[in-house]
Write a protein that binds this ligand. Structure first.
Ligand code: HEM
Length: 464
C-alpha cells in the first residue's frame, strides 16, 4: 500500500474552490454504491488519491471523509453537539432496536447515558470477571470433547458463541448458548439479517419481502421473551449478591426526577447491549487469534507473560494489571482490525474542519481502519507490533490516532467490559492452546455491522 498520504489539506486544495478534493461523478449513486460494495477499498483509495479531507456526493448529501486525528476529534469531541446520528442507516437501526443508547440522540440519549453510566463503572464490572473466565473454560472443555486432533473449528463463530453467552449471563443471568434458548437462537439467526438491513435499509421493513418477514418475526420473538424477563424481574426483590446488568438498569434512577426506565426503554437497552456487547468483542478476539497465528514471535512473548504471571492458574481480574503484553496484543489487533470499521455523523449546522467549510446537512464519515494506519502517527502501519502501545511509545500520540471505542461523550459505554473480557478470554485460551490457521485459507476483512473475516477463520487447536 502506498504510504505517501498528504497530511495537509492545503496541499491538495483545488484552485479556486474552498471544497476539499474528491471523486466527482455525474451520478449521485456511484460513490454510494462504491462505498456500499467495498467500504475498505473505497476509503483507502480516496484517501491515497485525495488526502486527509475528501469530499464526494453521497446520494442527496455532500459527504466528507476525515482521516486526520485532529479532524476526528473535532467531530467526536470538540464540536460533538453539531454532529448527530440522524442518518438513514441509524433510522433503520432504530426500527429494529428502538431508542436504545446506541441509536438515540439529544436529550433522550443524555438521560439514558446518565442512568446507565454507573452500571458500567469499572468497579461494578469486576464482578463479571469470574463469569467470563469460567464461561471460557467451559468452552475449552467442549473444544476438547468435540475438536480433537486436527479437526478445524471456525474461531470466528466460536468467539461469537462465547461472547453471546457471556453477554447473556452478564446482562440477565441467562445462558443464551443453550440450543433451547429462544433469545440466543433468534439472535444467532437474526444477526446477519440485522447487519445487512442496518447497512442497507432497502427495501424498507414495511415491504413484505421474505427477508423483512423473517426480521419482523424474529424481532417479535425477541420482544416477547425480553418483555417477559423484565416483567418477571420487576416482581422480584433485587439480588444484591450477584447483580446482573438488568438488575442495575432496573434499579437505576434519574438523579433529578427519581424516575426509572419504562419497560419499553429497558427492552430497547437490553437488545442494544446484547448486540453491541457481543459481536464487537467477538470480532476483536477473532482478529487477535488470526494475527497471533501469523506472528509466532508475538505469540511466544504472550505465552511467556501468561506462564510467568499465572503459573497455570485461571486468570482473574486481579491479574489483569500484571498482564500488559496481553492487553497490548488486543489493542494492536484492534488497531489493524477495528471491529467498528467506521462511523457516520450528520452535521446539523455549518462548521470548519482542516480549513474547509463544512455546510449544514453534510454526512461525515470517520474511518478508524484508515486513521489507525495514518503514516504520520504510526510507523510501518501494516506491521503487527503490540509494543506500539507501551507508555513510552504511546507518549505524544494524539488521542484520536486510535479510537476503536469511539470518543467524546458517545464513547463506547462497554469499553471497560470489553477490554476486561477480551483480556480474560485471550489469557484463558492462550494458556492452554496455540491456534493455527488452516493452511491456504483466505482471510480478508468484510464490513457489515462489525468487521469480520469474510470466509470465517478455520483453525486447529494445538495444546501447549
Ligand atoms: C471490542 C469491543 C467493542 C468495540 C470495538 C466497541 C465499539 C464501539 C464504538 C466505536 C462505539 C461508538 C459508536 C459511535 O460513536 O458511533 C460504541 C458505542 C457503544 N457500545 Fe461498544 N464496543 C465494544 C463493546 C461493547 C460492549 C461489551 C458493550 C456493552 C456491554 C457495548 C455497548 C455500546 C453502547 C451501548 C454504545 C452506545 C454508546 C452511546 O452512544 O452512548 N460495546 N461501541
Amino acid at each position: 500500500m502506498s504510504q505517501t498520504i498528504p497530511t495537509t489539506p492545503e496541499t491538495r486544495r483545488e484552485p479556486g474552490t474552498r471544497k476539499p478534493p474528491g471523486p466527482r461523478s455525474l451520478s449521485p449513486l456511484s460513490s454510494a454504491s462504491a462505498l456500499q460494495r467495498d467500504p475498505i477499498r473505497f476509503a483507502l483509495d480516496i484517501w491515497h488519491r485525495y488526502g486527509d479531507v475528501v469530499r464526494f456526493r453521497f446520494l442527496f448529501w455532500p459527504a466528507y471523509v476525515l482521516y486526520h486525528p485532529d479532524h476526528v476529534k473535532r467531530v467526536l469531541q470538540e464540536n460533538h453537539r453539531n454532529y448527530n446520528k440522524n442518518f438513514p442507516n441509524m433510522k433503520a437501526a432504530r426500527e429494529l432496536f428502538g431508542n436504545g443508547l446506541f441509536t438515540s440522540d439529544g436529550e433522550s440519549w443524555l438521560r439514558q447515558r446518565r442512568l446507565m453510566q454507573p452500571s458500567f463503572h469499572h468497579k461494578r464490572l469486576t464482578g463479571f470477571g469470574r463469569l467470563m473466565t469460567e464461561t471460557t473454560a467451559a468452552m475449552l472443555e467442549r473444544w476438547q470433547r468435540t475438536a480433537p486432533g486436527d479437526t478445524p473449528l471456525d474461531i470466528s463463530v466460536e468467539m461469537t458463541r462465547l461472547t453471546l453467552r457471556i453477554a447473556g449471563l452478564a446482562l440477565f443471568s441467562l445462558d443464551l448458548s443453550n440450543e433451547a434458548d429462544m433469545v440466543g437462537r433468534t439472535f444467532t439467526t437474526l444477526g446477519p439479517l440485522i447487519s445487512k438491513y442496518a447497512t442497507l435499509p432497502f427495501p424498507p421493513l414495511w415491504v413484505p419481502t421474505p427477508r423483512n418477514r423473517r426480521l419482523l418475526a424474529g424481532l417479535n420473538t425477541l420482544n416477547t421473551v425480553v418483555y417477559a424477563i423484565i416483567e418477571e424481574r420487576r416482581k422480584q426483590p433485587v439480588d444484591t449478591n450477584t447483580p446482573d446488568l438488568l438488575w442495575m438498569l432496573l434499579s437505576a434512577r434519574d438523579e433529578e426526577t427519581g424516575e426509572g426506565m419504562s419497560d419499553q426503554q429497558l427492552r430497547d437497552e437490553v437488545l442494544t447491549l446484547l448486540l453491541a456487547g457481543h459481536e464487537t468483542t467477538a470480532a476483536a478476539l477473532a482478529w487477535t487469534w488470526y494475527l497471533l497465528s501469523q506472528h509466532p514471535e508475538v505469540e511466544r512473548r504472550l505465552h511467556a507473560e501468561l506462564d510467568t504471571v499465572l503459573a497455570g492458574q485461571l486468570p482473574t481480574v486481579e491479574h489483569l494489571d500484571a498482564l500488559p503484553y496481553t492487553r497490548m496484543v488486543i489493542q494492536e489487533a484492534m488497531r489493524l482490525y477495528p471491529p467498528a470499521f467506521g462511523f457516520t455523523r450528520f452535521a446539523t449546522a455549518s462548521d470548519e474542519i482542516g480549513g474547509y467549510p463544512i455546510p449544514a446537512n453534510s454526512v461525515m464519515f470517520l474511518s478508524a481502519y484508515c486513521t489507525h494506519r495514518h503514516p504520520a502517527f504510526w510507523e510501518e502501519p501494516e506491521v503487527f507490533d503490540p509494543e506500539r502501545f507501551t507508555p513510552e511509545r504511546s507518549a505524544g500520540r494524539p488521542r484520536f490516532a486510535y479510537f476503536p471505542f469511539g470518543g467524546g461523550p458517545r464513547q463506547c459505554i462497554g469499553n471497560a467490559f470489553a477490554m476486561m473480557e477480551a483480556q480474560l478470554v485471550l489469557a484463558t485460551v492462550a494458556q492452554r492452546y496455540s491456534l493455527r490457521l488452516v493452511p491456504g485459507h483466505p482471510v480478508e476483512p468484510q464490513v457489515l455491522l462489525t468487521m469480520r473475516p469474510r470466509s470465517g477463520l478455520p483453525m486447529t487447536l494445538h495444546p501447549r
